[in-house]
Design a binder for this molecule. Structure first.
Ligand SMILES: [Cu+2]
Length: 111
């Protein structure tokens, strides 16, 4: 339940910093928002484990998960997205809790 508590705190903090006048449906102009079905985060690939379908990312703030910068492993559901990754790649990704596991639902290499 710890994660959910932190998520609630993160949401509350996010709300208090929201710019007055911006509605929730406001398009911030990033084409990533639509394709990602979640907020994009930045990271660097540290390790790819194809057998376990996991990628270890050194990531920046994950605002939707209430997480600060750290290095950690994520599940990746889509094998083809995992196959494209290699150590050292800079990536944009969407991380979510899926069935209680931190999971990358979308990831792309940033050139
Ligand atoms: Cu993390």
């Amino acid at each position: 339940m710890k994660v959910f508590a932190r998520l609630a705190v993160a949401l509350a903090l996010g709300m208090s910093f929201a710019v007055p006048g911006f509605t929730q449906s406001h398009d911030h102009g990033s084409h990533h928002q639509a394709q990602a079905s979640g907020p994009m985060s930045e990271g660097t690939v540290q390790k790819v484990d194809k057998a376990a379908r996991k990628v270890t990312l050194k990531h920046g703030d994950l605002k939707n998960l209430g997480m600060g910068p750290m290095t950690m492993a994520f599940q990746i559901l889509d094998q083809t997205q995992l196959d494209r990754l290699k150590v050292g790649d800079k990536v944009s990704f969407v991380a979510k809790l899926v069935s209680g596991k931190l999971t990358v639902t979308m990831i792309e290499v940033v050139n």
